[in-house]
Design a protein around this ligand. Structure first.
Ligand SMILES: [Zn+2]
Length: 184
């Protein structure tokens, strides 16, 4: 007669492995969610819910996993990126400095959509169309320096000065450090 404990043992380790694997997957999902949630929490309160909804709809309706790679940037964050040649936009002129823009990278079925992906690949994903339908501006449409990972809300060259003036009026000397709290 077979020892009952041996028979049980045969099943225990695969089950533990499967259980452990699921836990790891759940932990990875939670980390990703909390990283996106942390980025969204730093955005301007005027736009937070809209960005949260954008990410939710890309994931649920289009099936892409979204990772926010850049959200709110302080003036020094902006100048560091400029020094690295990653942007030509000066501090307090970017939607990121007011918490009104995000950069995203998206994954689906082993594919990645990022900075190096073509405009066509982005358009085939349906993401820019969905975002623009919600009122966002897509960096892939920029004529000077297209930036396909970039999405912002109610932004444009014509509004930058209004944002800066509002920031100065609300925060005085600290206006540069409070871009993501400015109300318009
Ligand atoms: Zn951006």
């Amino acid at each position: 007669m077979m020892d009952q404990s041996l028979r049980t043992k045969k099943w225990v380790s695969p089950l533990l492995l499967a259980g452990g694997g699921l836990l790891l997957l759940a932990a990875a999902a939670a980390r990703r969610l909390s990283a996106n949630a942390r980025e969204i929490a730093l955005l301007n309160p005027m736009a937070r819910a809209r960005f949260r909804e954008l990410v939710r709809r890309i994931e649920q309706e289009l099936g892409w996993t979204v990772v926010i790679t850049s959200g709110y940037r302080t003036p020094s964050d902006q100048e560091i990126l400029r020094a690295q040649g990653q942007t030509s936009t000066k501090a307090m002129r970017s939607s990121h400095n007011f918490g009104m823009g995000i950069d995203i990278v998206c994954y689906r079925h082993g594919r990645k959509l990022g900075k190096a992906s073509s405009k066509r690949a982005w358009l085939e994903s349906g993401i820019p169309q969905l975002a623009k339908g919600m009122g966002f501006r897509w960096g892939g449409d920029f004529t000077r320096e297209p930036d396909r990972v970039h999405f912002d809300w109610q932004w444009g060259p014509q509004v930058v000065k209004r944002w800066q003036d509002s920031a100065k009026a609300q925060f005085g000397e600290d206006w540069m450090m409070n871009g993501n709290r400015v109300k318009m």
